[in-house]
Design a protein around this ligand. Structure first.
Ligand SMILES: NC(=O)NCCC[C@H](N)C(=O)O
Length: 411
């Protein structure tokens, strides 16, 4: 069924992309400091204006290939359907930012609630410097600053990873999986998803496969929709086995199409943080892969038996053969990042050479910088759209990480 009226429709990695969620990097990047970068999951400080230019080129590329681009800030703003909802967001946001000091809560609530919805959401994303509170009531500020010892310059931390819209929630079929993130830093991002899927007029009735209140972590970069029947989920640095069990329970039981989950156990390292940093689908029978994982990957198959009880078994053999069997294909080609060269593969994977976003079968968006891998894709008949990435890549994510499909055509 291809009716763009439904809020969410996502039954593959490669069906023609018709609507996609992005976040244009904003002031949150201007609040990155070298001292706190590691905790905020960045390896360097991007130059915001250039990062925005690159991101706009990404958005234009998606529009030119036929997708409507929807921005996170607009969806969150449109979810704040009345003052009570807006106040609820502010309250929960302050709780989750761990602002406990009463005077700070009052000053920040006043600051946020004085802004129109869109500006308020952008301000929440950017974080708040202590120096910004100078505009407010001086006596309260003095008391607050005296009560919070130390030189930490923020009253609320920035959320610089928001432009990786792939991770805090994921669309699967007609439903959504809202995540409990591995790090405290990124867990704050999923509050926006909570409000979108609770209050936004178009998104509030979407079925829920996983929720942010779960106790184990699951991140969207680990979820790949290989076909309307088969999901791949990474057991990774960011996604725990128990989360996959819980996701499998709901998706395999309640979604009309999904029958199987292939759980890929991958190495737990920063550069391989999610499955989509080492493995993406580019065509019906072609995948990019980082060669280093091929000897170090175990695949488990999860299915419900005739009594609707979960069965899990380990698969043996080569990844190509496992994919062939479960996707019912005659042939599968794995395209090795950096053409399999040890040095090029490591360099290009670090800058997301294996992190492609398909806009249609055999047609993908990639970073221009990964020219060795890109050449290989073209040699295998894949149409590539290249985008610039000098600044965007400093956050360690590529075109797939920076996008969440809301609507794809069925294959
Ligand atoms: N799916 C992805 O691999 N997303 C990239 C997320 C990068 C971000 N700096 C993070 O560490 O979470």
């Amino acid at each position: 069924m291809n009716d763009l009226e439904t809020a969410i429709h996502n039954t593959s990695e490669i069906g023609r992309l018709r609507r996609v969620l992005l976040h244009r990097p904003g002031q949150e990047l201007e609040n990155l400091m070298p001292e706190y970068m590691e905790r905020l999951l960045f390896d360097d400080i991007p130059y915001l204006q250039e990062a925005q230019r690159e991101h706009d080129a990404f958005a234009d590329c998606l529009r030119q290939s036929g997708a409507e681009v929807v921005y996170l800030v607009d969806l969150v703003a449109a979810s704040l359907t009345d003052d009570a909802v807006k106040q609820e967001l502010v309250r929960q946001f302050l709780d989750e930012a761990e602002v406990r000091e009463q005077r700070a809560r009052e000053m920040l609530s006043e600051l946020f609630l004085s802004l129109p919805n869109r500006e308020m959401v952008s301000q929440m994303m950017a974080g708040v410097r202590k120096s910004q509170l100078r505009e407010t009531d001086q006596a309260r500020l003095k008391d607050y600053l005296a009560a919070t010892a130390g030189d930490y310059p923020f009253v609320i931390d920035p959320m610089p990873n928001l432009y990786f819209t792939r991770d805090p929630f994921a669309t699967i079929g007609r439903g959504v999986s809202i995540h409990k993130m591995h790090t405290k830093t990124r867990n704050r991002e999923t509050l926006f998803a909570k409000f979108i899927f609770k209050y936004h007029p178009e998104y509030k009735s979407v079925p829920r496969w996983y929720d942010r209140g779960e106790t184990t972590s699951l991140e969207g970069g680990d979820i790949l929709i290989l076909s309307p029947e088969v999901l791949a989920v990474g057991i990774s640095q960011r996604t725990q086995e128990d989360s996959i069990d819980a996701l499998a329970d709901t998706v395999l039981t309640d979604s009309p199409t999904f029958k199987k989950i292939l759980a890929f156990n991958i190495p737990k390292t920063r550069s391989f943080m999610h499955l989509d940093t080492v493995f993406t689908m580019v065509d019906r029978d072609k995948f990019t892969v980082h060669p280093n994982i091929l000897n170090d990957i175990t695949v488990y198959v999860m299915e419900l038996d005739e009594n609707r009880k979960m069965k899990i078994r380990q698969e043996e053999g080569r990844l190509e053969d496992i994919l062939k069997e479960h996707l019912g294909l005659d042939k599968v080609t794995l395209l090795r990042c950096g053409e399999g060269d040890e040095i090029d593969a490591a360099r290009e994977q670090w800058n997301d050479g294996s992190n492609t976003l398909a806009v249609a079968p055999g047609e993908v968006v990639v970073y221009a910088r990964n020219y060795v891998t890109n050449r290989l894709l073209e040699e295998h008949g894949i149409k590539i759209h290249t985008i610039p990435s000098a600044e965007l890549s400093r956050g360690r994510g590529g075109p797939r990480c920076m996008s969440m499909p809301l609507w794809r055509e069925d294959l």
